[in-house]
Design a protein around this ligand. Sequence first.
Ligand code: CA
Length: 240
Amino acid sequence: MESRPHHLFIVEDDSALRDMVAAYLEKQGLAVTTMTSAEELMRRIHRLRPDLIVLDVGLPGMSGLEACTRLRAEGDRVPIVLLTARSEEVDRIVGLEMGADDYLGKPFSARELLARVRAVLRRADVAPGVPRGEAAPVRIGAHTFAPASRSLHCGNEVRMLSTVEYALLAELVSNPRVVISRERLLAATHGRADAVLLRTIDVAVMRLRKLLEPDPAEPRYIQTVRGIGYMFVPYIEPKA
Ligand code: CA
């Protein structure tokens, strides 16, 4: 049982949709704070921390995509589910590249949104295949991946990983020297198949390489296996 309900921000300018979604999610036991603009979100998020943000892309003023970009640029890893119109297919891809955790195309049912929200919250809490408290830290070159705190350490530097980065790295390092398909990585990070989401795997790998690899252009630890997927190769220090 959860000790407190998850708290969601719903940022949506369409009042009918916003009220419908908020009423449904509250009925399902979630706590909800509604907002009508990205500006309001950016003002309030520093005072009130949500567990997840449902963020409409098409907002007056600052767009949902821009808000997502800004939050990630500030290092904020709060889970974000984007709401996109059918005509905004490109926004879905851009949104995922900007670090959104998932997206839902309009029109959608409130029940479907709830399923997505629950899936993202589950991922944010525990990564698949890595039971909390059991996963030991893994050394990756100069870095240490600490699954329990979902972070990367390098000397005194600590970098928190996004839910996708974390689930991806956990899946890779728990299968050293095994080629893992992008589809399997997607199942591990998102729990479902979706061609658009495959891009999130490549983007997250790119981010992880920037964090981990001495030379991201010549990856040593997370190697590409062309046409299939990726493989984690633990680096063994050469004996002097
Ligand atoms: Ca809108």
